[in-house]
Write a protein that binds this ligand. Sequence first.
Ligand code: PHE
Length: 451
Amino acid sequence: MDEKRGSFTGKIGFVLAAAGSAVGLGNIWRFPYLAAKYGGGIFLLVYLVLAVTFGFALMCGEIALGRKTGLSAIGAFRKLDRRFTFVGYLASAVPMIILPYYAVIGGWVTKYLAIFCLGEGTAAASDTYFTHFISKPVEPLFWFLLFIGATALIVLFGVEKGVEKVSKVMMPVLVVLTVIIAVYVALMPGALEGIVYYIKPDFSKFSAVTVLAAMGQLFYSMSLAMGIMITYGSYMKKDVNLESSVKQIEIFDTGIAFLAGLMIIPAVFVFSGGDETALGQGRSLMFVTLPKVFESMKGGAAVGALFFLLVLFAALTSSISLMETIVSILKDKLSWSRKKTCLIVLVGVALLGLPSSLGFGALNGVKIFGLPFLDFFDFISNSVLMPVVAFLTCIFIGYIIKPESLIAEVEGVAPFKRKKLFCAVTRYIAPVCIVLILISSVLDVLGVFQI
Ligand code: PHE
């Protein structure tokens, strides 16, 4: 990098910055719909187990890689072993795939904020409103461009710090509001069944696909397997306790995802009587369910507006972190100016996001492997590329540079309490499990055998 590498001030600064990247649509929009779709409690359980094993080890590993080398993904891998430079490139491709469709969903959130501000939230409470909206030819495109334009402006003018300051206030408010909505929903008739579905694991619903979905979600939500935590690590001061920072980020990120599920899943039961098709509606779940909750609430219009404003902030801090990553990779590689890079990335993301935005309307008939564009990009990044990057990162840590070299990095200020877990996961558990899960879910998708 051409400019001097800044550092986060202390542990709080680091944890908040990393949490700003981690907490986003993944927690509030994606986690609840996956949990609803993949069996509720069993998904939650698998997710939690993966978070304290895979998630913990990978996040420690990535941050330590960044701090040890002082470099971002490509440079970090290259510095430690040139043969693994390609893993840095693969990891860098992930944000480039995610950002365009992330901004499409960010646009949907902006639209919902606008309708709640205009007092039209009641219309959004109808079952067909969301599908009708995303299948319009031009309107979703407008909101998508607005969202990505705002992200680009923030990155271009380097005002992320301002946004981060605001979001430090917004995030606790988001947590409190989510708790209030969850409690409100819990008191509605029929909610208990939903709470039980969400919390109590039903082992008959366990399958390799559940594990793959939970694993992809874990990487996505914690911004892992895409080089981002390596970059964050490169900015972390040596005297900050790495292990306990990771623990705090994980608790924060998982806590918000859990609360979002607690707010949305019981509401699905309240409004649809536990109808299986409602549980499986995927990407529309939040947009269809929450307006119904707000509609039933006194002052729901204001609560809805506040809620979507807070979600918008969470989405913005994540999209800023995605765009920053892409800009800094290209800027370093091609020695372009920051301004030029921002503009080119903006145009590139706008073009790449087009099919995802139009995929439910004008391009409705076009599918890739049977999936609309947005779902396809989501699948390729979360269920294919990120597990592959995670696998290669574990091999790299476990066998090439050896866990000991990173343990020394983690142990700068305090002993690494879970170093046995770190070694076991990076050397054996993660590589074996990721390969097994990938193979069996591919076979499952192909219908070779039913798990
Ligand atoms: N972790 C973010 C979320 O949960 C998504 C994201 C991924 C953000 C990668 C930045 C980088 O929404």
